[in-house]
Design a protein around this ligand. Structure first.
Ligand code: ZN
Length: 200
């Protein structure tokens, strides 16, 4: 080939990893283990920013809500079943509620993450936990009512917000608050959008 590369293209010449321009001392940016010219580096930076931003765009909130509610329902059943069977309020199951709600919201939204999803997951997670706590108390109260030969039972769903509160208030102590905090924390961190750390 007559127009092959000139002799200047010696192996010692550093070239941009994207456009293959030979790089001078003043025009080079090292990103991780690769070297780019300044204009390519700016283009790449913009592309990364855009792809990170797209994670939080066009979120299908109805689907996210459905996923969060399904995850919450699964967690509630796990907590209720476990507590009724063992008679122990086991904190790790609270982690399961927060985890399932957070995963449900993010996955049903197509792997998206945003502050909106975080708020949605926290609200659904906290409500799920309160419903789970209600179901546990309802079960134990109804057992006592049955032993005493009473015909009345605590219903689900509760007949009124007041009844919901009353049944929860029977034993809402520090441990419940800790479990609730765990649920909220899990639901908050799972759909959290990634943060770009722009070095240089
Ligand atoms: Zn370049």
């Amino acid at each position: 080939m007559a127009d092959a590369r000139p002799a200047a293209a010696t192996p010692t010449t550093t070239r941009c990893a994207r456009c293959q321009t030979a790089l001078s001392e003043g025009d080079r940016v090292t990103a991780q283990d690769r070297v780019f010219c300044r204009s390519c580096y700016e283009v790449l930076k913009r592309e990364v920013r855009r792809s990170v931003a797209s994670i939080s765009e066009d979120i299908n909130y109805p689907m996210a809500l459905l996923g969060a509610v399904l995850g919450g329902a699964l967690g509630v059943l796990a907590w209720w079943g476990f507590t009724v069977l063992t008679k122990i309020g086991f904190g790790l199951v609270a982690v399961a509620i927060g985890f399932l709600v957070g995963q449900g919201a993010a996955r049903f939204a197509g792997g998206k993450r945003s502050v909106g999803l975080q708020v949605l997951a926290v609200v659904v997670g906290a409500l799920s936990f309160l419903v789970a706590a209600y179901l546990v108390n309802m079960t134990f109260i109804n057992e006592v009512l049955a032993q005493k030969g009473q015909a009345w039972r605590v219903p689900f769903p509760p007949a009124s917000p007041g009844m919901f509160y009353q049944v929860l208030a029977v034993n809402f102590g520090v441990m419940k608050l800790v479990f609730l905090a765990i649920v909220v924390y899990e639901a908050w961190i799972i759909p959290r959008p990634p943060k770009l750390t722009t070095a240089a």
